[in-house]
Design a protein around this ligand. Structure first.
Ligand code: NAD
Ligand code: UGA
Length: 443
């Protein structure tokens, strides 16, 4: 099938490479010429395990093309996916300017029938809006070309995106049109192999499903973080409690790891957007608002522990903190809404110096937050420790899980570890002579 994918970020590029891998002819369009240049050279501009090989192979075999020209990209395509960003607007609502710009351009340059697919995460009603924009542009050109607009939200997660796309738990297709559904079923058949995996529903239900899924997952995280905070105060251990509740199959073990709050380009903005949509329709989403509130507090919990520890010794000003991890989670270079950035901003504003290291996000962090006064981003996990007053572990990268604590003790000024991801055993840390603080467990 001839497919065009507009936007080559985490979602667009992964979708494009995976569709191409199944034998489809894919043309990717991105407004950023640098990105297109990199991709044409068989390299990728984001860190995503397994993706570069897939892009390179399919580009070399002629199934994957890249352009900045939308008219060229959609010319032969039967299906056009819109996978551009939908960031959080200033008032917390979803900023649809990129989606609307693509819709307008599609309406301005399409010359044959198209199925336009909203893959970006967009509020309920956006498919109608996209349909209206395309129709408006066609009317301006006095063109009567048939098209349909479908919602097909994406559920992949960064760091495991290729695997998630290749083996999805489900594929949601929101359309009332049977012919359109058949085209998407054909395109997704190699991925959603069992019939129940492809769920066709109304457009608005599909748009809502994406927000409901992300808000449910965010709710699980805020719930366990709240439980962790209570555990600390009542003398319980959240790791034991997690095992105790997760064994109930109705609850399950996943997405109940306590930590430094959820970050990333999706949960924070999608939670806020659903609150906003509900409000627009006259409903106050109290539970989802609390999920957001709890997360805002949780993102500051590690900094609070660090401040409380140093308070009796004159505070954090003039001290140096070694930080392991900047990315919002392991296996990604994405630092959007990362808790590390919030912690860095808060502690440096109090005069603390931070030496941070991330296995893959250093470059992006230098670009985006490298100008924060008091922050030094270093390329060695060991070098950040040298002479620092304490170590804070903020991202759950595997390479942080089993370090040489003897060496760490020698390098730090004093053996103090603040662990925002519960990577270490409190008893073992105590025995090794560390002052050790984690989330929801006794020091
Ligand atoms: P991203 O920021 O990584 O990439 C978006 C790309 O779109 C950029 O390369 C940008 O240059 C390009 N772009 C912007 N305007 C354009 C235009 N007019 N024409 C062509 N290209 C244009 O975004 P992302 O993380 O891939 O997210 C895309 C959407 O998918 C968002 O709505 C997001 O909420 C949703 N989503 C993201 C994930 C994820 O894990 N990142 C998962 C599921 C859904
Ligand atoms: C999330 C969802 O998992 C995807 O299904 C969805 O498609 C995507 O958002 C999206 O809509 O963009 P992602 O943001 O890549 O994917 O990462 P997650 O693995 O979900 O982690 C999000 C945040 O929650 C991270 O900061 C992570 O550290 C945190 N988290 C996750 C916890 O604190 N505890 C957990 O148990 C799980």
């Amino acid at each position: 099938m001839n497919v065009c994918i507009v936007g080559t970020g985490y979602v667009g590029l992964v979708s494009a490479a995976c569709f191409a891998e199944m034998g489809n002819d894919i043309c990717c369009v991105d407004v950023n010429p640098k990105v297109v240049e990199t991709l044409r050279a068989g390299r990728i501009h984001i860190f995503e395990p397994g993706l570069e090989d897939l892009v390179k192979r399919n580009t070399e075999q002629g199934r994957l093309h890249f352009t900045t020209d939308l008219a060229e990209g959609i010319s032969t395509a039967q299906v056009v996916f819109v996978a551009v960003g939908t960031p959080c607007g200033e008032d917390g609502s979803c900023d649809l300017q990129y989606v609307e710009a693509v819709a307008r351009e599609v309406g301005q340059c399409m010359t044959s029938p198209k199925i336009v697919v909203d893959k970006s995460t967009v509020p309920v009603g956006t498919a109608d809006r996209v349909r209206a924009i395309i129709a408006e542009e066609l009317a301006k050109r006095n063109e009567d070309i048939s098209f349909d607009v479908v919602s097909n939200p994406e559920f992949l997660k960064e760091g495991d995106a290729v695997n998630d796309f290749m083996k999805p738990d489900r594929v949601i297709v929101g359309t009332e049109n049977e012919e359109t559904a058949t085209v998407l079923k054909t395109l997704y058949a190699p991925f959603a192999r069992s019939r129940e995996k492809l769920i066709v529903m109304g457009v608005r239900s599909a748009e809502m499903t994406k927000y409901a899924a992300n808000c449910m997952l965010a709710t699980k995280i805020s719930f366990i973080n709240e439980v962790a905070n209570i555990c600390e105060r009542v003398g319980a251990n959240v790791t034991e409690v997690r095992a105790g509740i997760g064994s109930d199959s109705r609850i399950g073990y996943s997405f109940i790891y306590p930590g430094v709050g959820y970050g990333g380009s999706c949960f924070p903005k999608d939670v806020k957007a659903l609150i906003g949509t509900a409000k627009e329709y006259g409903y106050e989403a109290k539970l989802i608002q609390s999920v957001d509130d709890v997360n805002n507090v949780q993102k500051g919990v590690l900094a609070e522990k660090i401040k409380a520890y140093f308070e009796p010794q004159g505070g954090v000003a003039g001290r140096t903190l070694a930080m392991w991890g900047i990315a919002f989670k392991a296996n990604t270079d994405d630092i959007r809404e990362a808790s590390a950035v919030r912690i860095i901003r808060e502690l440096t504003s109090l005069g603390m110096k931070i030496r941070a290291f991330d296995p893959v996000a250093n470059e992006r962090a230098r670009e985006e937050v490298g100008d924060i006064e008091g922050l030094e981003i270093m390329d060695s996990q060991e070098a950040v420790l040298e002479g620092a007053d304490a170590l804070a572990v903020v991202t759950d990268w595997n390479q942080f899980r089993n370090p040489d604590f003897g060496k760490i003790k020698e390098q730090l000024k004093a053996p103090i570890v603040f662990d925002g991801r519960n990577l270490y055993d409190p008893a073992a840390m105590g025995e090794a002579g560390f002052a050790y603080f984690s989330i929801g467990r006794q020091p």
